[in-house]
Design a protein. Sequence first.
Length: 229
Amino acid sequence: MQKKVAFREFGKPILESPHATPKKLRVSTHSHAGGRCCQRKRSAASTAMMFAIFAQPYVPNFANITFNVTPIDIPVYSIEMQECKTAYCKKATMKITQEPQIINVRDFCNECGNCDSFCPTSGAPYKTKPRFHLTKESFDVESAGFRMGDRAIQYKKDNIQASLAFSEYELVYESALVSARFSQDTFKLKSYTLKSEVSAPIDLKHASEMFLLLTNLVDFSVVPFIDLH
């Protein structure tokens, strides 16, 4: 993931009280006519909105899900031609230093932009965070995203489709171009097999992202009654 995507930049802290209306749900007006009556109406409207949001999982606030990871350095590999033969090289390191991370659940998201406008952290999660699909139908119609399977994860973007799955002792990566095996703990590339001739370097950065997501979300549920599988 890009450094911008993996780092949360917090704004000024918000003081809370047991009776305060949540910041995201406040209703503002430019008119003060009506005094306490208007205030009561605004409070009632805010309360109704709050119950609507927390009672149903498919509203925008449930589209962005937080999960925790263990900080880790993940190698990023590339397979390319070197001296008339293919070879792999470690081209970079994906440094994950922050424990809380965010995914966007596309099945719940209507791209309203609320997370961009009102979230106290920087960025727009529905644009920059990994996009997950809960169903095959949702995954198939989108041009990019992730989908969890049985101890496996699928990925698609820019005509690239790939999968990463747990085997008994390794992680197995498959795409139209290459099959590769990685260690389960450090994502060290152990072996690979090309499926076609290499005309350009094969960038496996997305495989490193898949490793981070798979190993941390394999047993994760977005809400108590809906899991990512």
